[in-house]
Design a protein around this ligand. Structure first.
Ligand code: CP
Length: 316
């Protein structure tokens, strides 16, 4: 099937989703990111001229702390000119359409758009609309996809676990409303993780989730047994319609990650969370800040991974 992210030579033209991306492209991004990580970890962070003369527009129609900021840092490290459109004070509030906004930014010589939007498919719409020399990166669209989050998660897993082919990975929590979970599942299965589990109450799982190649658990003790990686998710209250849970306290009792529940996982298991975290809802502070947590390194690796994606696209 035609993949709108790839050009006619099978190269990455836009990054819209991890679904349908071949392993060679995912691995290329992880390998490129590794080349930037030395710089990210050192005190003196080197700037490289790979995007010199290019203009990157961050257009975020939804709030963000990590993604917007790390894209900005990454673009600056690549020597791009970065424009952060302030949607609250933009002409969107006067009724301008998304594509009219994009056309106007293209008239300002945008080379790359980083797009976050509450509507699934918004980044696809822009990618289909813009000229072939302009690249679009999906920074999260509705419940659909958040590909750079999944890629930085894959980077983090490879950093701590080295290989994908021998891992048991559990994704825990509100899978139903999570664009992160969908992108993680596609990336993990493409990279050859043999056992991907989802752990959640039935009300927080999509119908037919097994068709994505995952094993379903409703019990934390069973689902976490002997896993190498635990990927926690936030309860996405802003996307819930109706009462899917009795209460946050009840959710924490059964699905919140505590030291006791984590003891079921392998002794060297890592705990991940894309952020923002809700302490005491999906994760206990003693785990979030504990020795298994790699939650803050995930954020740091996000800079290198986003540099890798932007530099790859800029070569097209
Ligand atoms: N993980 C993530 O997307 O965080 P932000 O919403 O802060 O960008």
């Amino acid at each position: 099937m035609n993949n709108p992210q790839l050009n006619k030579n099978g190269e990455l033209q836009h990054l819209l989703s991890t679904e349908g991306l071949p392993a060679r492209i995912l691995l290329d991004i992880l390998d490129r990111a590794a080349g930037f990580v030395g710089g990210v970890d050192s005190n003196e962070i080197k700037k490289v001229p790979l995007l010199q003369g290019k203009s990157v527009f961050n257009i975020f129609f939804e709030n963000s702390t990590r993604t917007r900021t790390t894209f900005e840092i990454a673009a600056k490290r690549l020597s791009a000119d970065v424009v952060n459109l302030n949607i609250g004070s933009s002409s969107t509030s006067k009724g301008e359409t998304l594509l009219d906004t994009v056309d106007n930014l293209c008239a300002m010589h945008a080379d790359m758009f980083i797009v976050r939007h509450s509507q699934s498919g918004a980044a696809h719409l822009i990618a289909r609309h813009v000229a072939p020399n302009i690249h679009v990166i999906n920074a999260g669209d509705g419940r659909h996809a958040h590909p750079t989050q999944a890629l930085l998660d894959m980077y983090t897993i490879r950093h701590y676990k080295r290989e994908f082919h021998n891992l048991r990975v559990a994704i825990v929590g509100d899978v139903l409303h999570s664009r992160v979970a969908r992108s993680q599942i596609h990336a993990l299965t493409t990279l050859g993780v043999p056992e991907v589990r989802v752990i959640a109450p039935k009300t927080l799982l999509p119908t037919d989730v097994e068709k994505l190649g995952v094993h379903v658990y409703h019990d934390m003790a069973q689902g976490l047994k002997d896993v190498d990686v635990v990927m926690m998710l936030r309860l996405q209250n802003e996307r819930m319609q109706g009462a899917l849970l009795p209460s946050a306290q009840e959710f924490f009792k059964y699905y919140g990650l505590t030291q006791d529940k984590l003891a079921q996982a392998r002794p060297d298991a890592i705990v991940m969370h894309p952020g923002p975290m809700n302490r005491g809802v999906e994760i206990d502070s003693s785990v979030a800040d504990g020795s298994h947590s790699v939650i803050l390194p995930q954020v740091t690796f996000g800079i290198a991974v986003r540099m890798a994606v932007m530099s790859l696209l800029a070569e097209r």
